[in-house]
Design a protein around this ligand. Structure first.
Ligand code: GLY
Length: 333
């Protein structure tokens, strides 16, 4: 069964994660779920990878307070970047093989403006710097020292990103120094958030990248089209998992293009995953890619290569954490 496309007929809810009252299933269109009735048109919606429901809630509150989609998303993602217990994003992220924490992030608005930073050290909020690159430079992507210096010039503080917990984990890893990425590690990886508010789409993502990556490695999260893509007339998509996959396939861009051709967000994600999964030879273990998408009418969908990918959906303040359908049923060798 491991090579068949899995189809769940109902949303798989995770009651332990749900803090708001359960929303009506028909309000959310997710991969493999039918039928869908009702409309999310005109609602304020934030969708994020993994169980980032607190980020969604912060974004929703910011939108309620008058912020636009992009600034609301930045507020939500900044919260995760500051969470020292999240070892995949921002401060507290796991380092590379040399013990350095390096951060990748990008952002895109409904008008097609985009900004990003990659391989950036010493700055807590790459998503905020990415927004500054978008609105205050003629460029899209700043890397390494250039990104850090730009942030310092704009008044960001220099901080030590390596937490005690991450330092201990790194020391333990050094004993064997084996590079073995684990899918769905601790149920989170990159935070990617897409959303719509006042009928304007937007998206952002942020990560410390793969734990114990080679020095200099940059993943999908700062690459427009790979980790994130937004077209204000169509929809938005963001990705999580093994960044090399999304970089080779421009998966987020592909999902938006499928939606442009008429596919629902769920179907668009499924087709982009299939494009990748059909080609996997050998072990699937390090081949996770999770995609979430939203279209301009507020329909939401998701799909992943391997099981275990969860995502948080907040519609007009009501949140659910859902598991996406996946191409493969099991994670095996
Ligand atoms: N998806 C995060 C990374 O591969 O860096």
């Amino acid at each position: 069964m491991s090579n068949t496309i899995k189809r769940r007929s109902l949303l798989k809810l995770f009651p332990a994660y749900i803090v708001a009252p359960t929303i009506i299933v028909s309000q959310v269109k997710v991969a493999g779920c039918t039928p869908v009735s009702g409309s999310n048109n005109g609602k304020t919606i934030f969708v994020s990878t993994w169980n980032n429901q607190s980020a969604n809630r912060i974004a929703t509150q910011s939108a309620k307070n008058g912020k636009n989609t992009i600034d609301a998303i930045v507020d939500g993602i900044s919260h995760v970047e500051s969470d020292i217990n999240d070892m995949s994003v921002g401060k507290g992220g796991r380092p590379d093989r040399e013990g350095d924490v390096t951060l990748d992030s990008c952002i895109m608005d409904h008008e097609g403006n985009a900004g990003g930073v990659c391989y950036m050290k010493d700055i807590e909020h790459p998503i905020q710097v990415a927004r500054d690159v978008m609105y205050h430079t003629p460029h899209v992507l700043l890397a390494g020292d250039g990104a850090t210096n730009f942030a310092l010039q704009r008044g960001y503080e220099k901080i030590n990103l390596l937490s005690t917990k991450a330092k201990i984990a790194y020391k333990e890893w050094k004993v064997k120094s084996e590079y073995k990425p684990t899918p769905n590690i601790e149920q989170h990886d990159t935070i990617g958030m897409i959303g719509i508010h006042d009928r304007k789409l937007g998206g952002g993502c942020s990560t410390s990248g793969l734990a114990y990556k080679m020095q200099g490695r940059v993943g999908d999260s700062p690459i427009i089209g790979a980790g994130l893509y937004v077209d204000g007339e169509v929809g938005a998509c963001t990705a999580t998992g093994m960044g090399e996959i999304m970089m080779k396939n421009l998966s987020s861009f592909l999902v938006v293009e499928f939606m442009r051709s008429g596919d629902s967000p769920a179907e668009a994600c499924r087709k982009a995953v299939k494009r990748v999964a059909d080609k996997i030879k050998g072990s699937k273990k390090d081949q996770q890619m999770g995609l979430i998408a939203i279209d301009k009418d507020g329909n939401v969908g998701a799909y992943s290569v391997l099981p275990g990918f969860v995502y948080a959906v907040t519609i007009d303040g009501e949140t659910n954490v859902l598991e996406s359908d996946s191409f493969f049923d099991v994670i095996d060798e």
